[in-house]
Design a protein around this ligand. Structure first.
Ligand code: F1P
Length: 384
């Protein structure tokens, strides 16, 4: 008979934490306050930084990969970028690809072996805004120790990541003071689409058209930012308290990032699923105060799902995409076109809740882990 485990004592909220739960702000005051934050300026900056990124990438020339497949890796929002890139590689460039959080490649690299036995060695692409996240550095070190070629995509090409990358794609013009990733995410996503559709898929059918489509999308960036702010302000006016983001394929990664942005900035509950998964349990949480947003194109099944959520009391909408998507263009267009609206939504709700989006609770711009002695050698002197 197993002993009954002691219940984990609820950690009493310290009095100062209770005082820290700020009072919500009225709508207009909140939007005006949001527009004074670094996070707002950085979301809006993508209207200028995306065209600059595109110009630099075009001048750089494509990255060719001799490897048959690619492992994308990163942490936090950068892990969702890895998931976006892997879905784009397999879906749009027809190249096998995987996305792992950097901690998995660092701590369980043996799980790569079944893939390598069948597909050969992958190109390992490490994604990092800061270029100094410990897990990412350890993951690329591990890959190199196993004889794999590593490419780093970063906004800080001079950061420690340069020591563990065989090749660097740098976006030094994309700078962010705020903790959460906003225009850095949008620019790194554009660079990954360029890497996958232009370089890694070099010569694949449709790659040229896809790159031309990306170039058009970049030209539309200012309009996407303006439209995104309008849509986000309209959603925020309803003060949703529960968020469900739905996306298929590469858009699922963007849905996961949208949920993370809301949680990081406002600490409101936010979830992400492939669209039809919602009925298989999560819709139990949908009701009045829920905002359900479907990214990308919607067929009859997705429209029926949205209508069901409205009957449950939610506000349910499709986050449309440029005409290319309507005209049967690449569905991943929506990924790039949707980002400003999703980022502004998180920002506006955070400020309405009286939070400071530039200094989100418990978070830092980069996670740097203390060095620990090797397992089994704890307590021994590691002076060196
Ligand atoms: C980025 C990241 C962010 C997260 C937080 C901690 O790491 O994980 O996604 O919002 O700011 O850092 P990186 O891209 O710099 O490696």
């Amino acid at each position: 008979m197993l002993p009954t485990p002691e219940p984990t004592p609820e950690r009493p909220e310290r009095p100062e934490e209770a005082r820290r739960t700020p009072a919500p702000l009225p709508a207009e005051e909140a939007l005006a306050s949001a527009r004074r934050t670094a996070t707002y300026r950085e979301i809006a900056a993508q209207a200028e930084t995306l065209p600059e990124t595109w110009r630099r990438l075009a001048a750089r020339g494509p990255v060719r990969a001799g490897e048959a497949w690619t492992l994308f890796t990163g942490c936090g929002s950068s892990f969702y970028l890895a998931e976006y890139a892997a879905a784009l590689a397999t879906g749009a460039a027809r190249r096998p690809a995987l996305a792992w959080p950097a901690s998995r490649l660092w701590l369980a690299p043996g799980e790569l072996e079944p893939w390598q036995e069948r597909l050969g060695p992958p190109l390992v692409v490490g994604i990092s805004r800061s270029g100094e996240t410990t897990e990412l550095l350890r993951a690329l070190e591990t890959a190199r120790r196993r004889g794999l070629r590593t490419l780093a995509l970063t906004c800080r090409p001079g950061a420690p990541v340069r020591e563990v990358a065989s090749e660097i794609v740098g976006l030094p013009h994309v700078r962010e003071a705020s903790v959460v990733m906003t225009h850095s995410f949008s620019n790194l996503a554009l660079a990954l689409a360029w890497l996958v559709l232009g370089g890694l898929a070099g010569g694949a059918p449709g790659a040229g058209a896809a790159l031309a489509g990306l170039a058009r999308l970049v030209q539309e960036a200012p309009a996407r930012v303006a439209e995104g702010e309008r849509r986000a302000a309209a959603w925020a006016a309803g003060r949703p308290r529960h968020f469900v983001f739905l996306g298929a394929g590469a858009l699922f990664a963007v849905a996961r990032e949208a949920a993370l942005k809301v949680e990081e900035t406002s600490q409101l509950p936010a979830e992400a699923y492939p669209p039809l998964e919602l009925r298989h349990g999560p819709q139990a949480a949908v009701g009045e105060g829920s905002l359900v947003l479907l990214l990308g194109a919607a067929g009859r099944e997705e429209e029926a799902l949205l209508e069901e959520q409205r009957r449950l009391g939610a506000r349910a909408e499709r986050l449309g995409s440029p005409p290319q998507d309507e005209g049967g263009g690449a569905p991943w267009w929506s990924a790039h076109a949707a980002l400003p609206a999703l980022q502004f939504l998180a920002l506006f709700r955070a400020v309405q809740e009286g939070r400071d989006p530039d200094r989100p609770r418990h978070l830092t711009q980069a996670v740097r882990l203390a060095a620990r002695p090797p397992a089994g050698e704890e307590g021994k002197d590691h002076a060196g």
